[in-house]
Design a protein around this ligand. Sequence first.
Ligand SMILES: O=C(O)C(=O)C[C@]1(C(=O)O)C=C[C@@H](O)C=C1
Length: 295
Amino acid sequence: MKSIAVLPQGTVSHEALLHLFGGEPVSIVHHKLISDVFLSTAGGTTDYSVIPIENTIDGSVSLHIDWLINEVNLPMQAEWIFPSIQNLIGHPGEFKNSSGEKDYSGIRKILSHPVAMAQCLQFIRAHVPWAELESVGSTSEAVEIVKNNPGRGWAAIGTALGAATHGLEIVERKITDHHNNYTRFVLVGPQKLSLPKKSSGDKTSILVTLPEDFPGALHQVLAAFAWRRLNLSRIESRPTKKKLGTYYFYIDVLEPIESVLLPAAIEEIKALGCQVRILGSYPTYTYEEEKAEVQ
Ligand SMILES: O=C(O)C(=O)C[C@]1(C(=O)O)C=C[C@@H](O)C=C1
């Protein structure tokens, strides 16, 4: 049975993992912090790790992309999209008035994962602008902290599974700034993965480092894909962290690495003097409802 490291029970990542594997039996190993999720597979304790890398509202999860680039060497083996449904969660009855109606005036502090918090800023500004905001390691950890601190006016932003896991109440459902809020996850690990479901295509993620003092280098890199009509779905620069003003370019190509044209494009880019690292070549699974909403 495959063993998979993921953030705590009741996080969006946990819900997403259950969705990817459907009924397939897997051994789930929960970790409080994303760094421990990465290190679990990097150290050989688990086969794969579940890593959120991009969100509809908050964009790239830079910390996680930087971990993939700088801290571990774990190839991406699958990518999938899953809805991030966030709710305001508290102790039963703590944020209701004597008539049983919602009353947010007693909320003093809101805890959540910073990415989940960023998805709900309009709700916070409109309904509880006075609340202190505190970032923790996951949405489920936020719910757990609130559970352990009753009567203090603390609320969490998290999933319905998180509320159920810790026996708390959903005060307000679906509080994200936009309802079509999705997160892109990758499964990383040393072994190839085959899942008994149909993917929507293949992707290859590569990291390109440009040579210094080469005017137009990025243009030439992109040209190597363009004239072969290789479709790119994302390009993003991240600092190399070694010298100010030097960057890696993270590029997603909608082709498997085995295709005829992609290796040739990579060779052309290397011939320009660029360094190229393949972060993974993997199937991608689209969430059916998202496909419907985007169309
Ligand atoms: O805290 C969680 O519930 C997570 O799964 C982490 C995480 C993230 O790191 O981006 C994942 C998806 C959500 O949209 C918000 C937070």
